[in-house]
Design a protein around this ligand. Structure first.
Ligand SMILES: NC(=O)c1ccc[n+]([C@@H]2O[C@H](COP(=O)([O-])OP(=O)(O)OC[C@H]3O[C@@H](n4cnc5c(N)ncnc54)[C@H](O)[C@@H]3O)[C@@H](O)[C@H]2O)c1
Length: 430
C-alpha cells in the first residue's frame, strides 16, 4: 500500500460505521470517517457521540488521534486504499432492501481520486448485489477498484465486544488479493476467517439473522402454548438449552424481536427468495408470529382490565433491546400504537431512548423515571429488559398505581417477588 493511502476509509458513520471505525483504530489503524450528515460529522469532531453504545465514547476518546471525520467523500478516496461502506439499507414498502444509499456512494466513484481502491461492503445487501456491483465496476472501467463483501454481525448494546471478539469473520471476494488485504485487518483478532465468494458471504449474513429470528419466533410460539397449558417456558427453554444441538441462546420468550436488523433482514431474505422464484414458507411464518407476538400483551391487559378505553398503561422500556437508544422497529412502537388505538392513555419511561422516542412514538407521555411513568396507571408493561428494571421500586409503585398489575413482556422479573409485593404478575408463557 502506498504511503499516501495508508488509512482506512469508512463511509456511513452510524451504529455499524462508527463502531467499526473505532475498533479498527483500536487495532492500530488510522481511519477516515465520512458521512453525508454534516451535523453528525461536526458533533463527532467536537467529541459528541451521536449514539448510545456502552464503551464507545471511551474508545473513541482513546483513539482520537487515529480517527478523522469528514463530510467529503474525496477525502476518503484521496487517503485510503481500503474503503468500507456502512450506509443504511432500510426496507422498502415491499420488504426488499433499499439500496439507494449504496448506489449514491457508487455513483460518486467516477469523480474520485485515481489509484487502486478496495470497496468493502459492511452494509447488509441482498444476495447478488456484490456480483452486480463488481460487474458494473468492470463494465464502466472506473479506475482500479476491487469489491469485497464483509458482512457485519455485531449486536447493538455489545457492539465493541462483538467486533473485537467475533465468532467469525466472513470475507467474500472475486479478487483473492483484495480479500486477503481485508482479511489482514482482522488477523490480530485471531478468530476464524471464512474466505468465500461474494454471493455466499452475502447469504451467510441473511441466513444467520433469519435463523436467529426463527429461534425467537419458535420459542415465542412454545410460550404461547405454555400459556394455554400451564407450563413454564423459561424452564422449558432451560431444559432445551442444555442440549448442545440446540444451544441456550435466543430462547428467551417475549413480545417479539425488533431492531434495525432482524425484521428487515428476515423480510429481505423472504423477498430475495421470492424474487428468485422460491417461496420461503418458514420465514413467512416467522414474520407473522412476530407481528402477532407484539400484540399479545394487549389481550393479556384486556383479560385483567376489560376494555382499555380510558385506562392508563405504563411502558417500561422503549428501545428495541437494552443498552441501546435504537428504536427502529421496536416492539414498543407497535404496542404503544395498538394501546392508543384501543383508547388507552400510554405513558413510558426508558433509561436512554427518551430523546429519540419523542419522534418515534407519538401520543405517548414520556416520563423521566419509573415512578412518574406508573403514576396513576392501571398496568405496567415491561417492554425492554434494562438492568435497572431488575430492582423496581415495587412498594412505591404499588402506592402510585391505580391497579397493581405488571405484565412482564421479557420474562425478566422475579414473579414471586412481584406477587409478594401485592401485584398481579403475568409473563409470556410462564
Ligand atoms: N445496526 C446493527 O446492529 C447492524 C448490525 C449488522 C449489520 N448492520 C447493517 O449495517 C448497515 C448500517 O446499519 P446502521 O445500523 O449502522 O445504520 P445507521 O442508520 O445507524 O447509519 C447509516 C449511516 O450512513 C449514513 N449515510 C447514508 N447515506 C450515505 C451516503 N450516501 N454517504 C455517506 N453516508 C451515508 C447515514 O447518514 C448514517 O449516519 C445496514 O446495512 C445494516 O443492515 C447493522
Amino acid at each position: 500500500m502506498g504511503s499516501e493511502k495508508e488509512k482506512i476509509g469508512m463511509i456511513g458513520i452510524g451504529y455499524v460505521g462508527l463502531v467499526t471505525a473505532t475498533c479498527l483504530a483500536e487495532l492500530g489503524n488510522r481511519v477516515v470517517c465520512m458521512d453525508i450528515d454534516a451535523v453528525k460529522i461536526e458533533s463527532l469532531k467536537n467529541g459528541e457521540i451521536p449514539i448510545f453504545e456502552p464503551g464507545l465514547a471511551e474508545l473513541i476518546e482513546k483513539n482520537r488521534e487515529r480517527l478523522d471525520f469528514t463530510a467529503a467523500l474525496e477525502d476518503v478516496f484521496k487517503q485510503c486504499e481500503i474503503v468500507f461502506i456502512a450506509v443504511d439499507t432500510p426496507p422498502t414498502f415491499t420488504g426488499d432492501a433499499d439500496l439507494s444509499r449504496v448506489f449514491a456512494v457508487m455513483s460518486s466513484l467516477p469523480g474520485m481520486p485515481d489509484g487502486h481502491h478496495i470497496l468493502v461492503m459492511k452494509s447488509t445487501v441482498p444476495v447478488g448485489t456484490g456480483g452486480k456491483i463488481s460487474g458494473e465496476l468492470n463494465r464502466q472501467k472506473i479506475g482500479s477498484i476491487d469489491y469485497v463483501s464483509n458482512p457485519e454481525f455485531l449486536r447493538e448494546g455489545s457492539a465493541i465486544g462483538d467486533f473485537l471478539n467475533p465468532d467469525r469473520i466472513v470475507i467474500g471476494s472475486q479478487a483473492p488479493e483484495a480479500g486477503e488485504k481485508v482479511a489482514r485487518l482482522y488477523r490480530k483478532l485471531d478468530k476464524p476467517i471464512l474466505m468465500t465468494g461474494l454471493a455466499t458471504a452475502e447469504m451467510i449474513k441473511y441466513a444467520s439473522n433469519a435463523f436467529l429470528a426463527t429461534k425467537i419466533s419458535f420459542i415465542n410460539e412454545i410460550a404461547n402454548v405454555c400459556d394455554e397449558i400451564g407450563a413454564d417456558v423459561s424452564v422449558v427453554a432451560e431444559g432445551m438449552g442444555y442440549d448442545q444441538r440446540i444451544g441456550d441462546s435466543f430462547l428467551n420468550a417475549g413480545i417479539g424481536f425488533g431492531g434495525s436488523c432482524f425484521p428487515k433482514d428476515v423480510t429481505a431474505l423472504k423477498q430475495i427468495a421470492g424474487n428468485s422464484g422460491y417461496h420461503f414458507q418458514l420465514l413467512t411464518a416467522v414474520i407473522e408470529v412476530n407481528e402477532l407476538q407484539k400484540r399479545r400483551v394487549v389481550n393479556k391487559l384486556k383479560k385483567h382490565l376489560g376494555t382499555l378505553t380510558d385506562k392508563t398503561i405504563a411502558l417500561l422500556g422503549l428501545a428495541f433491546k437494552p443498552n441501546t437508544n435504537d428504536l427502529r422497529e421496536a416492539s414498543s412502537i407497535v404496542l404503544a400504537s395498538r394501546l392508543l388505538g384501543d383508547g388507552a392513555y400510554v405513558k413510558a419511561y426508558d433509561p436512554v431512548a427518551i430523546p429519540d422516542a419523542a419522534r418515534a412514538v407519538r401520543g405517548v407521555l414520556l416520563c423521566d423515571d419509573v415512578l412518574s411513568a406508573v403514576d396513576g396507571s392501571d398496568a405496567a408493561v415491561l417492554v425492554t429488559e434494562w438492568d435497572e428494571f431488575a430492582e423496581l421500586p415495587l412498594a412505591e409503585m404499588k402506592q402510585r398505581m391505580r391497579h397493581p398489575l405488571i405484565i412482564d413482556g421479557r420474562n425478566f422479573l422475579d414473579p414471586d417477588k412481584i406477587r409478594a409485593a401485592g401485584f398481579t404478575y403475568e409473563g409470556i408463557g410462564r
